[in-house]
Design a binder for this molecule. Structure first.
Ligand code: COA
Length: 175
């Protein structure tokens, strides 16, 4: 079977509504059983409203890259500086449900590693829900290890019960 053509592009402001819509589809398909449906809707509204995404991209130094499969938005990754120098945080890594489990998440993750390597980053960190076995397996497969465990109050009576995972990245991988 041949793979469909894929491309990763830096997200433009015009793509933000498509990202918000894709996030809704992915979250409602993948997070039941991990967090409650009330928490899914609460987090989607706080994290994925197009104006929230716009503020992240314009003012917080966060980069959002879009995976196009056959020219259509199929996944995205966002990443930006962490508090510690030389460390970047992967904020989001999401793939359309029907495209998961084919290695495309790893492709997107390796793209992020190359990008942050070019920016002089030596370590990439991320947080992942402790019950999100599929994502944890994908991160482990790509060399991330659990660095610590954190519970964060996100308001509205909800918490995020996460692992922080980390990977050392070897600088500029573009050569
Ligand atoms: C987490 C996520 C991005 C991982 O993406 P993915 O494509 O499913 O993961 P991988 O790239 O590691 O794919 C590996 C699977 O593809 C298979 N595969 C097929 N071809 C492959 C290839 N060329 N290279 C690597 N794996 C390949 C592997 O065998 C593996 O199958 P398995 O899961 O049955 O063991 C994706 O599952 C997702 O979007 N999940 C929902 C959202 C989410 O939880 N995001 C993370 C928030 S922290």
């Amino acid at each position: 079977m041949t793979s469909p053509p894929t491309r990763i592009v830096q997200c433009a402001e015009e793509h933000l509504p498509a990202i918000a819509e894709l996030a809704g589809v992915i979250w409602r398909a993948c997070y039941p059983g991990i967090i409650s449906s009330e928490q899914i809707e609460y987090m989607l509204a706080r994290m994925y409203a197009p104006e929230v995404l716009l503020e992240e991209v314009r003012s917080q130094g966060i980069r959002l890259d879009l995976l196009l499969v056959e020219g259509k938005p199929a996944g995205f990754a966002s990443y930006g500086p962490a508090t510690e120098a030389g460390v970047m945080k992967l904020h989001k890594l999401y793939l359309s449900p029907e495209l998961q489990g084919r290695g495309l998440g790893s492709r997107l993750l390796q793209h992020v590693e190359r990008q942050v390597g070019r920016l002089g980053t030596h370590r990439l960190i991320l947080s992942v829900n402790k019950r999100n076995a599929r994502a944890i397996a994908a991160y482990r497969r790509n060399g991330f290890v659990v660095a610590k465990s954190v519970v964060t109050d996100i308001g509205g009576g909800f918490v995020m019960d996460d692992y922080i995972m980390a990977k050392d990245v070897p600088g500029d991988l573009s050569r």
